[in-house]
Write a protein that binds this ligand. Sequence first.
Ligand code: ADP
Length: 626
Amino acid sequence: MRKKQFKAESKKLLDMMINSIYTHKEIFLRELISNASDAIDKLYFRSLTDDSVKLARDDFKITIDIDKDNRTLTLTDNGIGMTAEELENNLGTIAKSGSLNFKKENADNENAQDISVIGQFGVGFYSSFMVADKVEVVSKAFGESTANKWTSTGADGYTIEECEKEDAGTVITLYIKEDNENESYSDFLEQYRIDELVKKYSDYIRYPIQMEMSHQVPDPDKEGEYITEIAVETLNSMVPLWRKSKSEIKPEDYNSFYKEKFMDYTDPQLVIHSKTEGQATFDALMFIPENPPYDFYSKEYEKGLQLYSNGVLIMDKCSDLLPDYFSFVKGLVDSADLSLNISREMLQHDHQLKIIAKAIDKKLKNELKKMLNNDREKYNKFFKTFGLQLKYGVYANYGMEKDGLKDFLMFETSNGDGYATLKEYVGRMAESQESIYYACGESAEKIALLPQLDAVKEKGYEVLYFTDEVDEFAIQMLMEYDGKHFANICKDDLDLSTDAEKEAINKKNEDAKDLLERMKEALGDKVSSVKFSNKLGSHPVSLSAEGYVSLEMEKVLNQMPNGGQGVKAQLVLEINSNHPVAEKLEKADDEQLKKYVTLLYSSARLIAGLDLDNPTEFSDILADMM
Ligand code: ADP
């Protein structure tokens, strides 16, 4: 018989597994049991529509046998089984396994390469090589007449040969390694240990996991003496975690359930377990991950909750159950109101499902509200990770969801003491303040340096810092909060001055009409006007925008693939009338004026975070004047 080599990727992983120093070798059992359960699921599903499957629901089971003398641990399932080809494809390569994708995504993270992959998700079948030096898989696919045996001692490849097996299903035999000074592999040949592991990791598996257990019981014939009684016992409770009563469940149970089921290696930041009765009756178990799922920002990411009907999985990612702004939520819904054989198309129109989705949305919002009110630190952390989704939610679908989401938004502010909600901001607005002020920029640090900020702060007004591209769009969608309008402090029409001040600056602009005209001419169509301003504090110059489109919006729109189509903000060059530079301009001759205004315009662009049209010219003029 010819020995075949593992595919390169598999071999690497296999080596990692065999030589793993990882202490939780015990997860191999969980992996094998999950595989067996999946295989039974497949045959059970088939039995619903195919009369040639002679097994009833209660006939399906997973059996574990221990043979201490031969140091073997055997797992038997009566699931769908594998053909020779499937044995080859499924056990000779791991290319399609979720854990490998994870490994690729985290190629630069050493830890993720080893510990997390092996330890937290396991790598399925291969994990058996952590505890066994030889593995045999005898399998017969449902509907096939021949069975096959796959054998491997690890790194040196595997063999496949035909063999005898009566019924469909799979028998996996692990030849448990000898003990060494660090590891007592013999533990895995102890019934108490296997019992413990099944209860720890596989308790909710829906099919019975059975094992022969021996107990010492009093001898009925001889008083004071004991005999060994052997009986087949079902080790798992078979009740899914979400169906248990909350008082029975420990936080660790939720955490390990989440990590195993949703392939994460970090505990979730929030667990939501709810039982709902009424218009729709369902159990929901939802998690907000600590970090965005590894593929969250890729096109491949699919939002959704698992959908169960009475404990049986009917859909892995039911996207209709989650709005886009909660796309990071993981979890499941189990409802007896849904029929098992419902198709995807029918589900979309299912009235019951819509009611459930609505209830889920409400539940999630309530939990976030609780977090916001009761544990601000935790909410801040949540918002840092997923707040962007909520902002997009305000903006999306023409603001359809904005009212439900606006109170979850937070922004840094000119107070410099962390995030504020809109409610908090409005609650501490100055008496004379009419609008909610904001400024946009790359970061809070950069915004804090804007020349326009000083005048607003001087009035005692707080300014929201918009650092995400979507911020201003979301706020435009909101239009107002609590009756207060939003005002960009970098817009030309922002005016906080008193009537007297207004009059003074208007006069100044009127008197300098000719000068301003000449400056505008020098800049051509780069700006729509040049004017003197009294709102720049001690800074000489700034750019503001007139009309609807702000500078920040122009930047964002023009970055979008064919979204912006040359949308331009109307720029106004504002020059501080109280700054010595104003006097300089008044005294300049035509040639000087051209240079000065180019310098001022260029500096204003830099301050606004825009590129220079002609950096060389800027530098030449600057050097010239020095
Ligand atoms: P994963 O479960 O992540 O796909 P595994 O390495 O655990 O990766 O298993 C690879 C594949 O082998 C499974 O997807 C399944 O198709 C098949 N397989 C494993 N164990 C069994 C089993 N007991 N019965 C039927 N098929 C199995």
